[in-house]
Design a protein around this ligand. Structure first.
Ligand code: AMP
Length: 370
């Protein structure tokens, strides 16, 4: 895992710390990123394709960017790097940016970017994610290699599926065969019955107080940085969330319908408090393991999300990690029951800007950018 973009030190040397501008693609979690940047005293830049996107931000003056960059298509961003650097821009990546550019292009974007872009390699492959999370002590749903061995509910996930689109549930090989698209790459995972909680954590490697992540492996016994719980959400998924109203899975299939898992929104959640220590243990494990993924690894920096299920035995299964801000954090644009304890109204967007502000003050920006 290369540490940072090789030119990052040169880019930063040319930046004027007093004029740093927070840049974001106008989508996904941009409202809280822009609002939070403004609260921390930064100038802001919204980036979008076509002029139509701008109008919505008029409805939210607290998050309206100071400047806009209008593109003909998102790939044009790659050619705008020099201009963005002249404007002292730090890009805050989110899921839409990575999707619009593609992970391979995003890694080459020649603009200082919040967080560690190299972690994408580990996040982007289900096998590497499993290796990462299991080495951090997270239990994941079992994988079924041979579809003939399906003997209970499983969920089939396609490799390129976005937002749960195209996933399906099977109870046996017949179910699987009837629904599967063999042209696509897929994984068969044990379907874990339980309640879903999506934890939005923030890892600040330059903070020396608070809940410190203890290192493992080569960092055994070291305090590596502060872990914070910003918020918890649950995704609203169409149509699986509402399916029970139509009867059993068999009734539903008799009607020619299949449950789908398309994310349409999010609702805030709180966790049974006695389970919080375990949630922190999982978040801590994910961060500590990320620091050991490769020699010289910088690991997780900033916001990340653990997607979990809690069974009726009160056991967690982690089914995915997102190594950047997730849209579920939008449930806490004005703070969450957890972040409000520490600072009323603190969103993940503002927490990112705060981390950048602190790094400017400590003159260690390259520790949190790539
Ligand atoms: P993912 O793309 O992995 O985030 O999964 C999309 C949705 O599928 C989740 O939000 C859950 O509702 C559901 N899901 C994923 N994996 C499992 C699993 N192993 N067991 C039960 N539900 C799952």
């Amino acid at each position: 895992m290369a540490t940072t973009h090789p030119h990052l030190p040169d880019w930063l040397a040319a930046y004027n710390p007093a004029e740093i501008t927070i840049g974001v693609i106008a989508s996904h979690s941009s409202l809280q990123i822009l609002h939070g940047a403004r609260q921390e005293g930064f100038r802001t830049l919204g980036i979008c394709v076509g002029k139509d996107r701008k109008k919505m931000y008029k409805a939210f003056p607290g998050a309206e960017p100071d400047e806009w960059m209008i593109l003909d298509n998102y790939l044009e961003l790659l050619n705008k790097a020099e201009e963005l650097r002249k404007r002292n821009v730090i890009i805050i990546p989110h899921g839409s940016l990575v999707e619009y550019l593609s992970p391979a292009n995003f890694i080459t974007l020649e603009v200082p970017t919040f967080g560690n872009r190299q972690i994408l390699k580990w996040e982007g492959s289900r096998e590497l994610q499993r290796q990462w999370l299991e080495s951090g002590g997270c239990t994941m749903p079992k994988v079924i290699e041979d579809p003939h061995e399906i003997n209970g509910p499983v969920i089939i996930k396609y490799a390129g599926a976005k937002g749960g689109r195209g996933y399906f549930i099977a109870r046996n090989f017949r179910d699987f065969r009837r629904n599967v698209d063999l042209e696509e790459e897929f994984t068969i995972q044990e379907y874990v019955l339980g309640t879903r909680y999506y934890f939005q954590f923030f890892f600040d490697p330059i903070a020396e107080d608070g809940y410190q992540v203890e290192g493992m492996g080569s960092r055994e016994g070291q305090n590596c940085g502060r872990l914070e719980l910003m918020s918890i959400d649950r995704r609203d998924e169409a149509n699986v969330d509402e399916f029970y109203k139509l009867g059993s899975l068999r009734d539903i299939r008799d009607m020619g319908l299949e449950p789908s898992f398309v994310v349409t929104g999010n609702t805030p959640a709180v966790l049974r408090e006695s389970l919080l220590p375990e949630a922190f243990r999982l978040g801590e494990g994910a961060v500590a393991a990320s620091l050991e993924l490769e020699e010289d690894a910088r690991g997780m920096i900033g916001p990340f999300c653990l997607e979990t299920l809690v069974t009726d035995k009160l056991e967690f299964r982690v089914f995915e990690i997102s190594a950047r801000i997730v849209a579920g954090s939008n449930v806490a644009i004005g703070g969450s029951p957890y972040s409000n304890i520490n600072e009323p109204g603190l969103s993940t967007g503002q927490r990112i800007a705060r981390c950048i502000r602190k790094a400017i003050d400590k003159d260690c920006l390259s520790d949190i950018l790539s």
